[in-house]
Design a binder for this molecule. Structure first.
Ligand code: NAP
Ligand code: MG
Length: 484
């Protein structure tokens, strides 16, 4: 069944084939192809941008209420087809059915949320005083290029796409080559509900299609979610045409457990979700745990015991609680880090149970790994691992923990774990990250209405919330002066 999935490009209301195609493989059986995706070219991007520019003339004049209706229709489509879509997503991504449903239903939730923000698009602010009259309005921007990563392609794609379309922009979107099939299927359904040219879908590599989408002079804005490294190239390639940018980039989130916190089942369960969901491949997964002395050994012992119950296997296996990594470069990067740690004095605790009958090496599997006796300057602490390896570090004072948490160029998320919630909010204000969670830190904790984004090199702007919608619109001031 899976082998028959073949996705095309979709430009100006029509499916477009390509002689250049790429097989998509199952990360749980890395030699097994699950489908094929057509790859676009620079010419395809040019054609799509022209079509989107033309379509913008009408789409910008369509009422925000009518634009919102399409978002709702797509939310319904995802809901109605979620089980079938989740199966497809597991095959191309590797994560479990539950995690795949989270990606899909999370996207439906995002679509519904933005469909309620019509008034924010239409809102005008009028200021009248002795200077005269000023009206502040929002206008759409034009053609927006949207570039999606592979880790949570459905929700992350829609976090950028829903506000862009609601704002009245038209779009060229690029799914990630490692996980394009499910997203493309949903996007094509959406495009069929829209006037031609409003939504154009072009898969292809970042270095060809992605760069062309960023450099095209007619494109007014780029919304990008992915690594900080590629974020740098997005900034460089958009500089000569001064594009508006929203960048959601990498993270190296710290969880700080204060000594007043009870180390109970709930805490351990939440921490496991924060670390190991999607095999560690979430931008705001917990990537470093700092535990105050007094609690440290109890925490480590209980965390390791609980992580040891993780069942590693094919995401389609109902007993699996953690799937493989998604792709070969990610697998290589995580195993390199693991090998580096093994060369140090760190204690490397490899835990969990592999439950597949196939060979471990058939998929991009990495077992849950808990690293202790590790130093702040070690690569596993400093780098974004994006895999199921977690360092746990003790600290004496709160100030020391805050200093270590902030000791990074990333600033996406952090969390504070304490019985004194008010104190948790106080500590949060000293942490340099776009999100700080108190007593939670996992996928889903950041709802569609919560502004989400990075300090420092974790990004520019905010996704989610009204903020993301505002970033898809130009603010216009119209003024009549009566005082001069
Ligand atoms: P990535 O390698 O940066 O790729 C992201 C997207 O950019 C893919 O579609 C990729 O295309 C494309 N791309 C690659 N090179 C490009 C270029 N030169 N110009 C334009 N586009 C280019 O990131 P990833 O490995 O997919 O995702 C993992 C990273 O994303 C992690 O660092 C994670 O923390 C971050 N992330 C951040 C957030 C957030 O909200 N802050 C959310 C999720 C993930 P191809 O791969 O198809 O070539
Ligand atoms: Mg990458």
């Amino acid at each position: 069944m899976a082998e028959t999935i073949k996705e095309t490009l979709y430009i100006n209301g029509t499916a477009v084939t390509s002689t250049n195609t790429k097989k998509v493989y199952n990360p749980a059986r890395s030699k097994e192809s699950v489908g094929e995706i057509a790859l676009g070219s620079e010419e395809d991007v040019n054609y799509a941008v022209e079509a989107a520019d033309l379509a913008w003339e009408q789409w910008r004049k369509t009422s925000a209420a009518d634009r919102a209706k399409v978002l709702e229709q797509v939310a319904n489509y995802i809901h109605e087809n979620s089980n079938e879509l989740a199966q497809m997503l597991v095959l191309e991504h590797g994560k479990t059915v539950q995690e795949s449903l989270g990606d899909l239903l999370g996207a439906a939730n995002v679509l519904r949320y933005y469909s309620t923000l019509v008034d924010e698009v239409d809102k005008e602010e009028v200021v009248e005083n002795k200077q005269g009259k000023m009206v502040l309005t929002h206008q759409s921007m034009g053609v927006v290029s949207i570039i999606v990563p592979w880790n949570y392609p459905i929700i992350l794609g829609y976090l950028m796409l829903a506000p862009a379309l609601l704002a009245g922009n038209t779009v060229v979107i690029k799914p990630a080559t490692y996980c394009p099939l499910t997203l493309t299927k949903i996007l094509k359904h959406m495009a069929s509900l829209l006037p031609k040219g409003v939504l154009n879908i072009i898969s292809g590599s970042g270095s060809t299609v992605g760069e062309a989408m960023i450099k095209h002079p007619t494109v007014r804005k780029v919304s990008f979610t992915g690594s900080t490294e590629v974020g740098v190239s997005v900034i460089k390639n958009s500089a000569s045409t001064i594009k508006n940018l929203s960048l959601e980039l990498g993270g190296n989130d710290a969880a700080i457990v204060l000594k007043d916190k009870d180390i109970d089942d709930h805490l351990i369960e939440e921490m496991l979700k924060g670390v190991f969901t999607a095999c560690g491949q979430i931008c705001y997964n917990i990537k470093r745990i700092y535990v105050q002395k007094g609690n440290y050994q109890t925490f480590v012992d209980r965390f390791i015991a609980a992580a040891n119950l993780i069942k590693v296997g094919n995401g389609l296996n109902p007993n699996t609680t953690m799937g493989p990594l998604n792709n070969k470069p990610q697998f290589d990067s995580v195993t390199t880090l693991l090998n580096e740690i093994k060369e140090t004095d760190a204690m490397v605790n490899i835990v969990g149970e592999f439950i597949e009958e196939t060979a471990f090496d058939d998929g991009y599997y990495v077992m849950p790994t808990v690293v202790t006796n590790v130093k702040q300057e070690d690569p596993i602490v400093q780098k974004e691992q994006f895999g199921p390896i977690i360092p746990i570090i003790p600290f004496d004072t709160e100030e020391e923990a805050i200093q270590m948490a902030n000791d990074t160029e990333f600033g996406l998320g952090n969390s504070v774990w304490t019985n004194d919630v008010e104190h948790g909010f106080e500590v949060a204000r000293k942490l340099q990250s776009g999100s700080v969670f108190v007593n939670i830190h996992r996928a889903g904790a950041s709802g569609p209405n919560m502004p989400f984004g990075g300090f420092k090199q974790s990004g520019i702007g905010r996704g989610h919330g009204v903020e993301a919608l505002k970033e898809q619109m130009e603010l216009q001031a119209v003024i009549q002066r009566t005082d001069m």
